[in-house]
Design a protein around this ligand. Structure first.
Ligand SMILES: [Zn+2]
Ligand SMILES: [Zn+2]
Length: 350
């Protein structure tokens, strides 16, 4: 079958190749891939920053944001599914043992399309039903967004779980970063009735702007306004991939507020912070900062629920998240040429 593969660690090695098709055991499903979303992780893997093939394999099949259709196995034929990404560590740490691999303690978890397991950017993949999420047909046009949606879902689920530490009625939420994870988080927050401000540098003027207008989220450009000029927030979520802005968000938390860091920045940036003032802000105002990565099954399922709610409230809006559709043969174009207004590029395989 055809697949997009990389030679892990080798820059710009992503290419289309013929690889053996999976042969699932009877307790697994064979899934025909319809679409795969591309994000910064795929670009980092292509750049050789990370990515690791399965033991004994010289290549890694890329792709972790999938939408597919069951062809055979212990689920209904034709059922639309999205596969979860992480798999438990060999050590079977307490988190992996209890089905919360997104909280893996050992760090030796595996991730499809990223680390030690082939991904979904291929004509087919095999997977245990345990890791497949059912997607209703009505969500076919944007179901491929479920994996990034699950990341935003987990972040917000954690926020509300953690804040049970007090009586709390959040009203204002800040989202730094106007990419797909930030914009999906804005959609979830609007469903919760929060006032949402998206603060970002040079956000797109295309689909993302249309979505912000539709859901009633305010956009503030980092080029025109300082973060400190737009008030205080009960919840802040950073999805910029730019660490100085993530720390800047800590400065605009209201009393009892919570900041979630949600983007990986890599790099070696350093900034000066007013450490005493920030310390006192956190102590005297019960403020809280935490990080969130990956997602649990529950977050995928909540994502499906909210996709249905979003489609009902703003019919036809969600499919505009997908700003570019390319065939597998154009995987290099998908990685190398990113239009300024790109919110989500997907590769179509079907
Ligand atoms: Zn991704
Ligand atoms: Zn583990």
């Amino acid at each position: 079958m055809r697949a997009a593969i990389v030679s892990p660690g080798k820059a710009n090695s992503m290419r289309v190749a013929d690889v053996p098709a999976p042969e699932p055991p009877p307790d697994e499903c064979l899934v025909r891939v319809l679409e795969v979303g591309i994000c910064g992780t795929d670009r980092d893997i292509d750049a050789g920053h990370y990515g690791e093939g399965p033991a004994g394999s010289e290549y890694l099949i890329d792709g972790h944001e999938s939408l597919g259709e069951v062809v055979e196995g212990p689920r209904h034929k034709g059922e639309l599914v999205v596969a979860m990404v992480r798999r438990p560590c060999r050590e079977r740490c307490i988190a992996c043992r209890t089905g919360q691999v997104d909280f893996c303690r050992s760090g030796n978890y595996e991730e499809r399309g990223i680390r030690r397991r082939h991904g979904f950017l291929a004509e087919y993949y095999a997977e245990s039903p345990e890791y497949l999420i059912h997607v209703p047909r009505a969500l076919r046009k944007f179901g491929v967004l479920l994996e990034p949606m699950s990341v935003s879902q987990k972040a917000l689920r954690q926020v509300y779980a953690i804040q049970r530490r007090m009586p709390w009625e959040p009203k204002r939420m800040l989202i730094t970063g106007a990419g797909s994870v930030g914009t999906l988080a804005a959609c979830i927050a609007r469903l919760k009735g929060l006032e949402v401000v998206i603060y970002s540098r040079g956000a797109g003027r295309g689909a993302d702007e249309m979505i912000r207008r539709k859901i009633g989220a305010t956009y503030v450009s980092a080029d025109d306004h300082k973060l400190s000029d737009i008030g205080l927030f009960d919840i802040a979520l950073d999805a910029t991939g730019f660490s100085p802005l993530a720390w800047g968000a800590a400065e605009v938390l209201d009393v009892n507020g919570v900041l979630c860091m949600l983007s990986v920045t890599g790099g070696k940036k350093r900034i000066d912070i007013a450490s005493d003032a920030l310390n006192d802000k956190f102590v005297l105002g019960n403020r809280l900062l935490f990080g969130s990565v990956n997602a649990a099954r529950e977050d995928f399922e909540n994502g499906v629920r909210d996709f249905a709610a979003l489609e009902q409230r703003w019919p036809g809006m969600m499919e505009h998240f997908i700003t570019r559709r390319l065939p597998l043969a154009e995987i290099r174009k998908a990685l190398d040429e990113r239009p300024p207004d790109d919110l989500k590029t997907i590769i179509e395989l079907g």
